[in-house]
Write a protein of this length. Sequence first.
Length: 84
Amino acid sequence: MYGHQFYHASIHEKVKFLNQQLADKKSFNAICEENFLDPEDVKTEMRRKGYYYFRELNWFVHISNLNHEDTDYSDRTVVNSESS
């Protein structure tokens, strides 16, 4: 899915595409580069729909109870509750 196709796709199609690519062990930046996507534009659009990219997970996750469009959670550390 190239840039123009991505930007016209539904949010569900975008998440599915990105997470499938991420599941193949590709980095988010590599996916963007291969598909002519601007990484910051993608993250901003995804955040507006409640999806956040977590580098630790290498995955976009939907967080429905947050309403912080300008907050970037990609630098946050994911805590494993089993390790406490």
